[in-house]
Design a binder for this molecule. Sequence first.
Ligand SMILES: Nc1ncnc2c1ncn2[C@@H]1O[C@H](COP(=O)(O)OP(=O)(O)OP(=O)(O)O)[C@@H](O)[C@H]1O
Ligand SMILES: CC(C)(CO)[C@@H](O)C(=O)NCCC(=O)O
Ligand SMILES: [K+]
Length: 247
Amino acid sequence: MILELDCGNSFIKWRVLNGNVSVCGGVADSNAALVSAVSAHAGLGIRGCRLVSVRSDEETADLISILETSFGLEVLSAQPARAVAGVRNGYDDFKRLGLDRWVALLGGFELAKGACLILDFGTAVTSDFVAADGAHLGGFICPGFPLMRSQLRTHTRRIRYDNVLAEQALHSCTPGRSTAEAVERGCLLMLRGFVITQLQLAHEYWGDDFVVFLTGGDAGLVADVVPDAKLVQDLVFVGLAVACPMA
Ligand SMILES: Nc1ncnc2c1ncn2[C@@H]1O[C@H](COP(=O)(O)OP(=O)(O)OP(=O)(O)O)[C@@H](O)[C@H]1O
Ligand SMILES: CC(C)(CO)[C@@H](O)C(=O)NCCC(=O)O
Ligand SMILES: [K+]
């Protein structure tokens, strides 16, 4: 059994793999919550751990030492690279590309075996373009849905509404008739507009010959804009196995 972790800016996604099969997993909002969730499955006989983190080096080192002491595990952490498995990092400084993006695009290329567009909807929304020959062309970063919404609330005095209204607001996308509807639907349309622009660019590069992957907690919000896309919630884990193979 192998423990796999995707340490994002807001949450840690985890799962336990038996061979290629995921036997359990979840989302933790702190190191302590992660340790207690995984402890409940310690009887599974986890023998190793691999992770990808976009947190600071200190936070990542802290988490690794907690995992080593709590579970006696050896921990492999995905590292920046110029090239892996036929994919070439497109950043001017390859170390600057977010490791979650790098690992997710490795996963996308592994599954597509050709040109692909990877769209990730987490705390930030990111896109990455990988050509059929494995060249990563780069990508885009913009605020995710919760960040857009909270920036509006933070920087205005009269944009205020509760979470119940927020949830109800997204049942339709007609022009809002309340603050909650206007903001929630407005932010959703911004995300959808972003997705459409990414698709246009991919068509300019590759015609119809590419695969679109959607991943991240909020991917479901835009899935209907790209009916042909593959919704792969574990894309980071697919790529993590490529970046950090374990015997
Ligand atoms: N079970 C869940 N737990 C946490 N977030 C969830 C869950 N289901 C959906 N979400 C949504 O997913 C978003 C979080 O996205 P995700 O978990 O992909 O990334 P993250 O850790 O917040 O950030 P990062 O982009 O750094 O990975 C939240 O905005 C939330 O709306
Ligand atoms: C953009 C995020 C926050 C998405 O999780 C992450 O990939 C990151 O911190 N990236 C570093 C900056 C960059 O990718 O250019
Ligand atoms: K992410």
